[in-house]
Design a binder for this molecule. Structure first.
Ligand code: ADP
Length: 314
């Protein structure tokens, strides 16, 4: 398990990480989402030893990585958000160069490099110069490189940015598969819908603080709970209004003829119970539901100050 506790980082007078806390279970794919400048790269650089934290800890399987760099290098594979330039280096040479740093040489190294490149569907680019690869292919090469030493923890900073939709889908599926093999994976992005399909849990960061951590379902439910329930009552309107007004989870309501807009702070179970009670009380309900925002809106609401956003702070 990965456990990040109270991670702080300051640049001059600006505190860019204000005590980051989150946990990722072994074999879980964790999406680290936040707008540009939120602190994702800074967190990832600290986790991978490229930057020193002011305070806090990064524990993996009970070992504090920040004080055990040898173990850190063994267990982590890192894909940064920049690729750098590699003049006059072919893809296979790039891979073999890194393989040699992990003590792999000769046929063994070539075999492993080719297997990793094949896994990312770039085996046919082995003899292509790295600088001539598209950004998407460079990202795939970087991922293949990060897996050379079979790390248990894979950290990827915006890995799918600049990729075409087909490559993005391939990488998504691959990362999901890697998660199933027991690798713990952290992927950052500033686009929530992009992470939603491949991640088991999501952590939302804004201005150096984690605003929310949970499953995609939990996030969507928590945010949508601030949307009003919309009801249409065919019969027994007075009973319905009285019942809704007295319900402990009702915050407010607006009535327009047979239509009711109800601010109701209950989850899906509480909604189902409410509907059951209304029907049991002889109220004829002909429509009952809550608007569900799309993921982009959910993300905007979490990272904005409106109700249903910051109130979900962990
Ligand atoms: P993200 O990856 O979420 O886009 P970063 O971690 O790169 O965010 O940046 C977090 C904040 O730290 C930003 O406000 C950024 O401007 C600032 N920052 C990053 N690196 C430096 C640096 N070397 N010096 C000063 N400020 C920095």
């Amino acid at each position: 398990m990965l456990r990040i506790q109270n991670l702080r980082k300051r640049y001059g007078n600006t505190e860019v990480l204000k005590g980051i806390n989150f946990e990722v279970q072994t074999g879980e794919v964790f999406g680290f989402v936040g707008q540009n400048g939120a602190g994702k790269t800074t967190t990832m650089k600290i986790m991978t030893g490229l930057l020193a934290a002011d305070s806090g800890s990064v524990e993996f399987n009970g070992v504090d990585l920040l004080f055990n760099t040898k173990y850190m290098k063994k267990v982590i594979g890192f894909v940064p958000d920049y690729f750098g330039t590699y003049n006059n280096l072919k893809a296979i040479e790039y891979m073999e160069f890194f393989a040699s740093m992990y003590g792999l040489h000769g046929k063994e190294a070539r075999g492993r490099c080719m297997r990793m490149m094949d896994m990312f569907m770039i085996g046919d680019k082995a003899e292509t110069y790295v600088d001539n690869l598209s950004r998407g292919m460079q990202q795939k090469l970087c991922m293949a490189r990060a897996l050379l030493h079979d790390p248990d923890l894979l950290v990827l900073d915006e890995p799918t940015s600049g990729m075409d939709p087909q490559s993005r889908l391939e990488v998504k599926n691959l990362l999901k598969e890697l998660g199933k093999t027991g690798k713990t994976i952290i992927i950052s992005s500033h686009i929530l819908p992009e992470l939603s399909e491949m991640c088991d849990t999501i952590g939302v960061i804004e201005k150096g603080e984690i605003l929310f951590q949970g499953s995609m379902d939990e996030i969507v439910t928590a945010v949508n709970v601030s949307n009003p329930l919309t009801l249409r009552i065919l019969d027994n309107l007075d009973t319905a209004v009285k019942m809704l007004r007295e319900h402990p989870l009702t915050k407010s309501m607006a009535i327009d003829g047979k239509d009711i807009q109800l601010s109701f702070k209950g989850d899906a179970n509480a909604e189902a119970e409410l509907l059951e009670q209304m029907i049991a009380n002889g109220i004829k309900v002909i429509s009952f539901g809550r608007k569900r925002d799309n993921l982009e809106t959910v993300f905007m609401r979490i990272t904005s100050k409106e109700e249903g956003g910051r109130k979900n702070r962990v």
